[in-house]
Write a protein that binds this ligand. Structure first.
Ligand code: FEO
Length: 188
């Protein structure tokens, strides 16, 4: 008698693939920030490099969250090659603009997975993806703050003095931006 092995994978094939793809995207993000950080250091901006290296670590944590979730749902984790990071930025201004664009692209990818979970009525995955939706608000805020800072420093024309203070400032900048949800009338 043929015994059928019970299927304990609680993810559809399409969502399993989408989650695996997102896992690879987070690993790619980690490589991008690692590469930009190494570039920044070679430009004498050790503080900016430090900030980007810490951010790279955060992206790896995002990757691990996806690995854990796929496994928890009985799915298969497929680790693939990670695409190479893009070419080095041309300037700190260019670097920060690329960081922002990357976060916006990642938000788009996360929305697509959330939308897929919604249309499949996989509420567990939909709920899981809400963490990433919220995290992306912070990540975009963090990237927007970088753009504001480099703008004040003079953008493409930032002089070495203003770049120096920006570099010192970012050395100590926390990895997390303040969340809008935590604001109160007393403490906006
Ligand atoms: Fe993992 Fe920057 O989003």
């Amino acid at each position: 008698m043929k015994t059928k092995i019970m299927n304990t994978n609680r993810l559809s094939k399409t969502l399993e693939k989408a989650l695996n793809d997102q896992m690879t995207k987070e690993a790619h993000a980690a490589q991008i920030f690692l590469s930009y950080g190494a570039w920044a250091d070679s430009q004498g901006c050790g503080g900016i490099a430090n900030f980007l290296f810490r951010h790279s670590g955060e992206e790896r944590n995002h990757m691990m969250k996806l690995v854990e979730y796929i496994l928890k749902r009985g799915g298969k984790v497929t680790v693939t090659a990670i695409p190479a990071p893009p070419a080095d930025p041309k300037s700190i201004n260019d670097c920060f603009e690329k960081v922002f664009q990357h976060e916006v692209d990642n938000t788009t990818a996360i929305y697509a997975v959330a939308k897929m979970a919604h249309s499949e009525e996989d509420w567990a995955t939909w709920n899981f993806m809400q963490w990433f939706v919220k995290e992306q608000i912070e990540e975009e805020t963090l990237a927007m703050n970088l753009i504001d800072k480099i703008k004040i420093a003079g953008g493409e024309n930032a002089n070495s003095h203003s770049l120096y203070s920006l570099d010192r400032d970012l050395e100590k900048t926390p990895d997390d931006a303040e969340s809008a949800e935590d604001a109160t009338t007393e403490n906006p």
